[in-house]
Every structure is written in C-alpha cells, then in structure tokens.
Design a protein around this ligand. Structure first.
Ligand code: ATP
Ligand code: MG
Length: 139
C-alpha cells in the first residue's frame, strides 16, 4: 500500500449515536479521499488481533468488548501525509485533551469510547487496511 494512505474505523459509539454521516463529512472536508469503505462488525477474535499491541494493558478486555458490541465503519483514506494529518484531524486519544474542532472533541465521550481509530504509522496503516479489505475492495 502506498504511504499516502491511512486506515480508520468509526467505532461502535459513533454508529450508535448516528454520527456516521457527520464524521465522514469532516473527513471529506479535510481533503481525504475514501478509497475503500464498509460497515461491518468485528468478532472478539478480530478485535483481539487488531489491538494485539495492547493485550497486556489493563483496559484490553474493555476495549475488545467495546469494539465488538456493534457495527463499525472501516475505511482506507488517501491524502498526502495521510497518517499524520488524520491523527491531527481526530485529536488526542482522550477527548478531554483533544483540540477544538477535532473529531474526538466533537463526537467522543471518553477515553475508552472515543469515536474513531486512526493508524499511527504507514506500516500499521498498510497492515490494518489489509486486515479489513481485500485488494478488489480498494479503488
Ligand atoms: P486508536 O488506536 O483507536 O486510534 P489511539 O492510537 O489514540 O487510538 P491507543 O493508545 O492506540 O490510542 O489506544 C487504543 C484504544 O484503546 C484507544 O483509542 C482507546 O479506545 C483505548 N484506550 C487507550 N488507553 C486507554 C485507557 N487508559 N483507558 C481506557 N481505554 C484506553
Ligand atoms: Mg492506536
């Protein structure tokens, strides 16, 4: 995957609150092109694998439970400097610390239910995109 791509998930809290359209609008307005997108629901095994880097952390089981409790929207986004710019757009992990106007500031309730995921490196963007999409789903 090219390094001008990142991967995102709108987390279950966003779909429960009906924020899918509003969040996608922010993503579009910030200049990201959606090259793959689907609504899906992760299994427990999916979430354990996706967030395996956190499996020793005290919040891991809560994170898996949250991420599997309802559908998500997964997407691959394209833009110059995609990974860094998307992390800026979503804001800090804790919405209380997120900058004004960021997606987490606008749409997230807490550190654990924080509306969106954004890849933290080009390498992880490629891994995470491939976790959710086959080549023929990316345009
Ligand atoms: P994400 O990977 O979802 O984009 P992030 O990169 O900002 O978020 P990470 O450190 O990768 O943050 O943590 C992954 C997710 O685990 C967070 O988005 C959050 O939902 C949850 N999480 C992280 N730290 C905590 C914590 N201290 N308490 C509860 N949940 C946490
Ligand atoms: Mg992360």
């Amino acid at each position: 995957m090219a390094t001008n791509r990142t991967f995102t998930m709108l987390k279950p809290d966003s779909l429960e609150k009906g924020n899918t359209g509003s969040i996608l609008e922010k993503i579009n307005a910030a200049g990201f092109k959606i090259v793959a997108m689907k609504q899906t629901q992760m299994t427990v095994r999916d979430a354990q694998t996706f967030y395996a880097v956190h499996n020793e952390r005290p919040f891991f089981n809560d994170l898996v439970e949250f991420m599997t409790r309802g559908p998500i929207v997964a997407a691959i986004l394209e833009k110059e400097n995609a990974v860094e710019d998307f992390r800026t757009l979503i804001g800090a992990t804790n919405p209380e610390e997120a900058a004004e106007g960021t997606i987490r500031k606008l749409f997230a309730d807490s550190m654990s239910e924080n509306a969106v995921h954004g890849s933290d490196s080009d390498e992880n963007a490629a891994i995470e995109g491939a976790f959710h999409f086959s080549g023929r789903e990316v345009f």
